[in-house]
Design a protein around this ligand. Structure first.
Ligand SMILES: NC(=O)c1ccc[n+]([C@@H]2O[C@H](COP(=O)([O-])OP(=O)(O)OC[C@H]3O[C@@H](n4cnc5c(N)ncnc54)[C@H](O)[C@@H]3O)[C@@H](O)[C@H]2O)c1
Length: 420
């Protein structure tokens, strides 16, 4: 075993060949990242830079790590969620010279140890998912603040946390808000979450969706995708929202709209995807139908209140992998998938490769932008530059063999003029 391998903290290096097969499969379906890999191998934008990536450690993320490594970086990876780590994939990364600090099912203590070990690597740049890396650096690992020069954030929840840090004047390096790029939320949050959440639910429960009543809490980009796919699978869909505009949108998209307390008695399947806490709590558990199934697709496992559910239950048992059965005092049984963590990642393989191709192309190009501009970027949250968003869209169309029309000079002038 080489020194590199010994420094990593993973479950079992002998799983590497299976992990490599998974990485090869997704790489074959990620043409935009493939194009960027070639460009990075030529231009080496990350020479002498150390990059720590904190994302769901499955095959698509692994390929992103390989692309950044191809750009000259030394790379370390750590999990953004212990239940989404695939031990064979991290083994393949370690075998390929990337440091990894993660294993499936890490306890809270192990998870925080992994974060710290990854940070010991001394990153110049980071990729974060949900803000745990950034917040650890700014609280417990402040000695790193002078080394870290910038980074990129993957998801809605992480960006909310970053903006709170920025408002408090606490953000000490520039972060690029990858989630807020059009090529991210329009495709990843909507179509990626829409498909993979149902993949996770269906493979975990092996139950039919058609004819069921599905309650979707949150009609943001993810919720729209989850509701749209539920409808396509033949479910009756109820949307719960706190935003009047989104509620109107859901209604006009053809869904029932009502508060959770009214929806609770109807739902066969509940999916929370709000980024908020306590979306389903005791008063809702009380009025749910026997046999109701609940899961979460929001970033943290706080949307379905597990403390309430446990305290109302006289027993809890695992009845299938990733399905816990809670028997309430009155004998009613309710089911929770994947411990209330992201169901598409903890009980599935996450978003389809073609969708993550666009998201991770944005990550790769945003990291390159951060590396090239670290000295001049203010220590705030930055949008992904429009040129990067456009470039990813163009590369994707090119990979699909699709052509589009282009504005003529006359059309451009017409659109820019204010008078006849
Ligand atoms: N599962 C995944 O793979 C995946 C992918 C992308 C994002 N996410 C996460 O999913 C969550 C939602 O992301 P998004 O991009 O859709 O965000 P968004 O901001 O577009 O939408 C969230 C919606 O939830 C609503 N909401 C907030 N509190 C609510 C409550 N108590 N009840 C009902 N509705 C409520 C908001 O009004 C908003 O419309 C975030 O935590 C994000 O990080 C998960």
């Amino acid at each position: 075993m080489s020194g590199e391998i010994m420094e990593s903290l993973i479950r079992d290096i002998s799983l590497a060949p299976m992990g490599q097969m998974k990485i090869d499969w997704v790489a074959a379906h990620m043409p935009v990242l493939n194009a960027l890999k070639k460009e990075f191998e030529r231009d080496l934008p990350f020479t002498n830079q150390r990059v720590v990536i904190c994302l769901h450690l499955e095959a698509k993320t692994a390929y992103l790590a390989k692309v950044i490594q191809a750009g000259g970086a030394e790379v370390a990876v750590v999990a953004s969620n212990p239940l989404s780590t695939q031990d064979d994939v991290v083994a393949a990364l370690v075998a390929g010279g990337i440091k990894a600090f993660a294993w499936y099912g890490a306890t809270d203590e192990e998870y925080h140890n992994h974060l710290n070990r990854a940070l010991d690597f001394g990153p110049d740049f980071i990729i974060d998912d949900g803000g745990d890396l950034v917040s650890t650096i700014h609280t417990k690992r402040r000695e790193l603040l002078s080394k870290v020069r910038g980074g990129a954030e993957e998801t809605t929840t992480g960006i909310l946390r970053l903006r709170a840090m920025e408002s408090a004047g606490d953000l000490s390096f520039p972060m690029i808000a990858v989630n807020d790029a059009q090529c991210k939320y329009l495709f990843d949050n909507r179509y990626g979450t829409g498909q993979s959440v149902w993949d996770g639910i269906m493979r975990t429960t092996n139950l039919v969706v058609a004819g069921k009543t599905v309650v979707v809490a949150g009609y943001g980009w993810c919720g729209k995708g989850v509701a749209m796919r539920a409808k396509g699978l033949g479910a009756r869909v109820i949307v719960c929202e706190v935003n009047s505009i989104k509620a109107n949108e859901a209604w006009m998209d053809g869904f029932e709209v009502m508060p959770m307390v009214e929806a609770a008695p109807y739902g066969d399947v509940f999916i929370t995807v709000t980024g908020n806490k306590d979306v389903i709590v005791e008063e809702h558990f009380q009025v749910m139908k026997p046999g109701a199934i609940m899961c979460n697709a929001g970033h943290f496992d706080v949307e379905i209140n597990k403390v309430h559910l446990s305290s109302m239950s006289k027993s809890v048992q695992v009845v299938r992998p990733n399905i816990e059965e809670f028997t309430l005092q009155d004998g009613k049984r309710l089911y929770l998938l994947a411990e209330g963590r992201l169901v598409n990642l903890a009980a599935g393989d996450g978003h389809p490769a073609e969708v993550m191709d666009m998201t991770f192309a944005l990550q790769a190009l945003s990291l390159k932008y951060a590396a090239q501009n670290a000295n001049i970027l203010a220590h705030v949250v930055h949008n992904v530059p429009e040129e990067i968003d456009q470039r990813v869209a163009e590369l994707r169309l090119e990979s699909l063999g699709l052509k589009i029309d282009h504005l003529s000079e006359g059309q451009k002038a017409y659109l820019e003029a204010w008078h006849d």
